[in-house]
Design a protein around this ligand. Structure first.
Ligand SMILES: CCCCCCCCCCCCCCCC(=O)SCCNC(=O)CCNC(=O)[C@H](O)C(C)(C)COP(=O)(O)OP(=O)(O)OC[C@H]1O[C@@H](n2cnc3c(N)ncnc32)[C@H](O)[C@@H]1OP(=O)(O)O
Ligand SMILES: NC(=O)C1=CN([C@@H]2O[C@H](COP(=O)(O)OP(=O)(O)OC[C@H]3O[C@@H](n4cnc5c(N)ncnc54)[C@H](OP(=O)(O)O)[C@@H]3O)[C@@H](O)[C@H]2O)C=CC1
Length: 544
């Protein structure tokens, strides 16, 4: 049993139990966040992922006295876990930490772990080491794929979480266990409070039932199991929350529920992003001129949250949980919609403006994406603006002896969009009182260093930095190439004008030559134009 159980409810005289059973600060001198993490050993899962990396960077930069970060990492794609961690530390995200402390890598201790294996595949020596020293756990690892087969999503998002909780209970000095969930775990509800809702099914029963089923059988029953949730991701994340909640009497737990995590707002620099997930892939496809239409509700709230905001809140929640040990465990809905709302229609507008100012290289067409909630209109534009140009382009590729590729790209894009549409066509109301409560507990200095006050977020500026971030950090394009990218767009515009003119001439030739009525209409239009021109010339001669 961990010492945090034996040290039960030691609030250093700073906290008190409220009527709802939660703990609130009552004053007194209290360690700041960096002071709290000083000398602490922190375990991070999912550290090679998007959010994990930002968490590791922020902890090293803003809590420089942290003792060590133990990262549970698996070997992947022929790379050892040490190699993967070394590669991660040389990435641009860590530039600022490197400047402050070139030896920061000494604080990072990779631990080999495959979360889908029994015992998380951690060696007995490592288990012993971790049990003896870890003070705080941040559990970020998960499969975030929307099309993950249920068995695998369950294995990673639920069973691995269960196993990590068991490991946590062996840790002698554990003070906080912070679980990263998603604001969409309960997306089958319209209003989502900061509570853990009853799970759709008892996880233990589901795990036992799926154990004996083969993949085909599981596939057949998946839709019925997930019910009114859109995918296995949100379903298994809901189950994971319940599994975490079950341990709240034994561990000091907090659950963070971010909405759609986007590029960084301020730290370590604006616009940092390293993947195609969520809106990033959509923004890129729009910037490349590939995406012309998408189903989304213009007036629905686009609940994007910058990754640095989520990480600042997560670290602050670690500090608060360790210091105050709130019971029941606190859930933090980490969202922007209720505080500083922005809508999909506005996002579309600002993304388009941004691509006009800072175009991507080698665009397929000039960026012009429109979102619509109308299914038929969307299908029409898919046909006209996606499939038709793709067919023409592939035809020319074939003619020039190259492999056709555009249709394949569009098929992948349509699959991705199909999976995201659920989230861009609806909106939700999240209660985020715990986020505000936590902010009120920070010292003025911590409030600046670990800023998660999204009221200050200027959306147009954020979206512009986000788009630039995808250009610089996801596509590795150079900002100095923008004039060439603009030149390319001008070329595309000229091609389009030429194409349209040729099309009109072609239609004219075919149509006019064959139909007397079309000829009559054409002569009528031409004579009207002549009459208008002569009237205009005559009236300008009189006035002169
Ligand atoms: C102007 C417009 C404004 C409106 C804008 C509305 C935005 C509306 C966003 C809502 C967003 C909700 C988000 C909920 C928030 C969470 O709680 S969860 C976090 C979000 N999770 C995700 O976004 C995961 C979604 N992705 C997936 O499930 C899988 O990647 C997909 C989409 C099924 C694709 O699977 P796949 O075919 O096996 O492909 P995968 O191996 O993943 O990738 C293949 C290639 O496509 C690229 N790719 C992956 N995803 C994408 C993508 N989305 N787009 C383009 N390329 C992509 C990959 O980088 C990869 O490239 P290569 O390395 O081959 O060159
Ligand atoms: N991104 C988003 O928009 C949102 C994310 N979240 C939540 O935030 C958390 C982090 O998400 P994000 O960083 O975006 O996800 P990523 O996909 O970028 O990262 C996932 C991490 O989990 C690790 N992982 C996956 N499978 C295994 C495994 N079998 N063994 C060991 N490690 C594994 C990955 O390691 P590896 O590099 O080896 O694959 C990676 O480090 C998740 O819990 C997610 O549910 C919540 C809301 C929105």
């Amino acid at each position: 049993m961990s010492t945090m159980l034996s040290e039960d409810r030691d609030f250093n005289g700073l906290g008190e139990q409220t009527t709802d059973g939660q703990t609130r600060l009552t004053g007194g001198s209290m360690a700041s966040i960096p002071e709290y993490y000083a000398g602490k050993n922190v375990l991070v899962t999912g550290a090679t992922g998007f959010m994990g990396k930002v968490l590791v960077e922020k902890l090293l930069r803003s809590c420089p006295e942290v003792k060590a970060l133990y990262l549970l990492v698996r070997p992947k794609a022929g790379q050892s876990m040490q190699q993967r961690v070394s590669d991660m530390m040389v990435c641009r995200l860590f530039d600022r930490v490197r400047e402050d402390n070139p030896d920061f890598h000494q604080k990072i201790i990779p631990i080999s772990s495959e979360l889908t294996q029994p015992g998380l595949a951690i060696s007995p020596e490592d288990v012993e080491k971790l049990s003896a020293c870890i003070n705080v756990i941040f559990h970020c690892a998960a499969t975030i794929r929307f099309d993950e087969p249920l068995k695998h999503a369950l294995q990673l998002n639920v069973i691995a979480t269960q196993q990590l909780l068991s490991l946590a209970q062996q840790m002698n000095h554990l003070e906080a266990f912070i679980h990263v969930s998603t604001a969409y775990a309960n997306c089958n509800r319209k209003h989502i409070d900061e509570v853990i809702y009853s799970p759709p099914v008892e996880p233990k029963k589901l795990i036992e039932s799926l154990e004996w089923m083969d993949d085909g059988m599981v596939r057949d029953i998946t839709a019925r199991l997930i019910g009114d949730r859109p995918n296995t991701y949100t379903y298994t994340k809901a189950l994971a929350e319940y599994v975490v909640q079950q341990e709240q009497d034994k561990l000091n737990i907090a659950i963070i529920r971010p909405s759609i995590v986007g590029a960084s707002w301020q730290e370590p620099f604006p616009g940092w992003i390293d993947n195609f997930n969520g809106p990033s892939g959509i923004f890129i496809a729009a910037g490349k001129g590939i995406l012309r239409t998408m189903r989304a509700n213009n007036d629905a709230v686009a609940d994007l949250i910058p990754v640095d905001v989520v990480i600042n809140l997560t670290l602050a929640a670690g500090w608060y949980t360790a210091k105050h040990r709130p019971k029941p465990a606190l859930v933090y809905n980490c969202t922007t919609g209720g505080i500083n709302p922005f809508h999909w229609g506005e996002i579309e507008h600002h993304v388009m403006l941004s691509w006009k100012r800072n175009p991507l290289e080698q665009a397929f067409r000039r960026p012009n994406t429109n979102i619509t909630s109308n299914y038929l209109i969307n299908q029409y534009w898919i046909l006209v603006s996606h499939k038709f140009p793709a067919l023409i382009y592939d035809f020319f590729l074939r003619l020039s002896g190259q492999k056709p590729q555009m249709m394949r790209i569009f098929n992948r894009l349509h699959k991705a969009i199909g999976l995201l549409e659920y989230f861009s066509s609806r909106d939700w109301e999240w209660n985020s009182e715990n986020m505000s409560m936590l902010m009120s507990q920070l010292t003025p200095e911590d409030r600046k260093t670990f800023n998660f006050d999204v009221r200050q977020l200027n959306w147009p500026e954020y979206i512009e930095n986000y788009c630039i971030g995808t250009k610089k950090y996801v596509l590795n394009e150079d900002m100095s190439d923008i004039p060439a990218a603009r030149q390319h767009l001008r070329k595309l515009r000229n091609i389009r004008y030429t194409f349209n003119t040729l099309l009109v001439v072609f239609i004219w030739r075919v149509f006019i030559a064959r139909s007397q009525m079309a000829r009559n209409i054409w002569y009528f239009v031409v004579s009207l134009c002549f009459k208008f021109l002569s009237y205009f010339r005559a009236s300008s001669t009189i006035t002169n």
